[in-house]
Write a protein that binds this ligand. Structure first.
Ligand code: GDP
Length: 360
């Protein structure tokens, strides 16, 4: 016999027979877990704002979903979260595979959470192929942070076009801010255009580099150094310290050749060891200085507004293109005019004008 049950029912004798709850809360929870659409927008927003990780993750899953109904719901949630967003510092982190990005994020993340910050780690990795074993944001790569109650790690959305992945990450940033995360780290690997994309959604851009044996400036695209607000030479530990110092001097000299940044902030070059956890506090000090300086000058807000404006025009551009090229009559006419242009019967400008005329 179950003594506990007996004891409980004995206590309830005076109150009559205990009635079971007409709604099985557990079953309801499971049902809603399976069907996120069954949560109302208000329930989502309330859950996100009260720091409910499960609901935040579900909302992000909707942002990432390609289902039309999920997309609509995601837009409602994002719009409702917008007034509560924007209060974080958004930091982009890039560098070649193996430079130590995840080790660094773990170190910075642990430092920040020990100073009462709430951090979200997102990733942009459109090239991510699960077989390579280098999935950005992979929880197993940041073991300490993954179990830290003040940190939230969201793996990269599954591979798609860079534009698509970027959009999802931008929207995820808004949700994470509404959830109260005050530091957002967006990690990307130095491939293709992904750094430019991450630069366009963060306030501060950090480039991690390695001290190489030969020409220090090789292997990194010039444009990326120009985008950086800080360059940190990682793995400045053990036998590598002197090489790292030499690299630091070379990068400092190289940065002098660039025109002053629009932000009014002079990019800094310094050393760190993500593994030994040295230089991590220095990174944060720079970031705080940057925030103070650019907030005082107005650049901080200006950059965010510009980023919003850019997203607006890019989204319109994409939609117009999608509509235009998606039309059957345009596709047919395009095939015809292509041949004519290639045969030299008509100029590409005239052909374009005639095609665009069809769109009016
Ligand atoms: P990611 O590919 O850029 O994310 O690089 P990881 O964080 O996975 O690091 C790649 C390798 O470098 C791992 O074996 C790390 O343990 C090692 N590593 C990362 N940071 C440091 C560091 O500061 N010093 C040393 N010596 N090794 C490091």
């Amino acid at each position: 016999m179950n003594l506990k049950k007996e004891f409980k029912s004995a206590l309830n004798v005076m109150n009559g027979i205990e009635q079971p709850d007409p709604v099985n809360a557990d079953a309801l929870r499971k049902l809603k877990a399976k069907r996120p659409l069954s949560l109302s927008t208000e329930e989502f927003v309330h859950g996100i704002r009260s720091g409910n990780r499960t609901i935040l993750s579900k909302a992000i899953t909707m942002v990432e979903s390609s289902l039309h109904s999920h997309q609509q719901k995601a837009q409602d949630i994002i719009n409702a979260c917008l007034p509560y967003s924007g209060k974080s510092i958004r930091i982009g982190i890039t560098g070649v595979p193996g430079v130590g990005k995840s080790t660094f994020i773990e170190a910075l993340g642990m430092f920040l959470t020990s100073h009462d910050h709430q951090i979200a780690v997102l990733a942009i990795d459109p090239s991510s192929t699960r077989s390579k074993g280098s999935i950005l944001g992979d929880k197993t790569r940041m073991e300490e942070l993954a179990v830290n109650a003040q940190a939230y790690i969201r793996p990269s959305p599954s591979a798609g076009s860079l534009g698509g992945v970027a959009r999802k990450t931008r929207e995820t940033i808004i949700l994470c801010e509404a959830a109260g995360f005050d530091v957002i780290l967006v990690e990307t690997v130095g491939v293709g255009q992904s750094e430019t994309t991450v630069r366009s959604m963060v306030d501060f851009f950090l480039l991690l580099m390695l001290a190489g044996a030969g020409d220090e400036l090789q292997g990194i695209k010039r444009g990326i150094m120009e985008m950086a607000d800080a360059i940190f030479i990682n793995k400045a530990d053990g036998d590598n310290v002197n090489k790292a110092k030499a690299a630091m001097i070379e990068y400092k000299n190289a940065l002098h050749l660039y025109p002053p940044a629009e932000s009014g902030w002079n990019p800094v070059v310094d050393l760190c060891s993500a593994q030994a956890r040295t230089g991590i506090e220095t990174v944060w000090t720079y970031i705080e200085n940057y925030r103070e300086t650019t907030k005082a000058s107005g650049f901080f807000e200006h950059q965010r507004k510009e980023q919003f404006r850019q997203v607006l025009t890019e989204t319109i551009d994409q939609a117009i293109k999608h509509d235009f090229y998606g039309r059957k009559d345009i596709a047919q006419a395009l095939a015809f005019y292509e041949k004519e242009v290639i045969a030299g019967n008509i100029s590409p400008y005239t052909a374009a004008a005639m095609l665009l005329e069809k769109n009016k």
